[in-house]
Write a protein that binds this ligand. Sequence first.
Ligand code: GRF
Length: 204
Amino acid sequence: RRCAVLISGRGSNMAALLAAAANPAYPAEIVLVLANKAGAGGLARAAEAGIPTAIVESRPFGRDRAAFEAAMEAELAQHGVELIALAGFMRVLTEGFVSRWAGRMVNIHPSLLPSFPGVDTHARALAAGVRLHGCTVHLVTPGVDEGPIIAQAAVPVLAGDDEHSLGARVLEQEHALYPAALALVAQGRVRVEGARAVVADQPG
Ligand code: GRF
């Protein structure tokens, strides 16, 4: 399946997806890295890897999210994109865009959802005193960080952790989890039943 990775920043998860997809046996091909910020560090990494990149600046569109998304859709269509992986993409998408990509768009979030949706997850996990923290890959639905969960990885919260040490421990897990979870979607193994995602044993 032809996949686009959408980024806003450094793109370490994007790099993990590119590395996995470099294996010809991987079920998704990354055909486009699209950033909503010209300064996104991940763009240079993608270009180095020989992956087509596009910049669709969100800022000039202001509050007109639908117009911004129409510009993105044009890029996605031009590259024949079938699947979208959000990887540190810091824009909330409209219900229209999300429903057009229903079942075909995934996100990685740095917490064990449904705990800690939104931003500053590591600081909030520390403040809450949880003993386990982690990351989640989920299908994207209109509610932010609410979609059916495909895969999760947990890490311990250790004495002396600050948000940086904890975040680094989680990020290492993200880089393994995201390629594995995207592969399940690309293989057609993820089915939605109500609010849950059900993952089939075999590619379907
Ligand atoms: C990651 O922690 C991801 O879970 C979150 O934003 C961060 C992006 O980091 N959605 P990177 O750009 O992939 O390095």
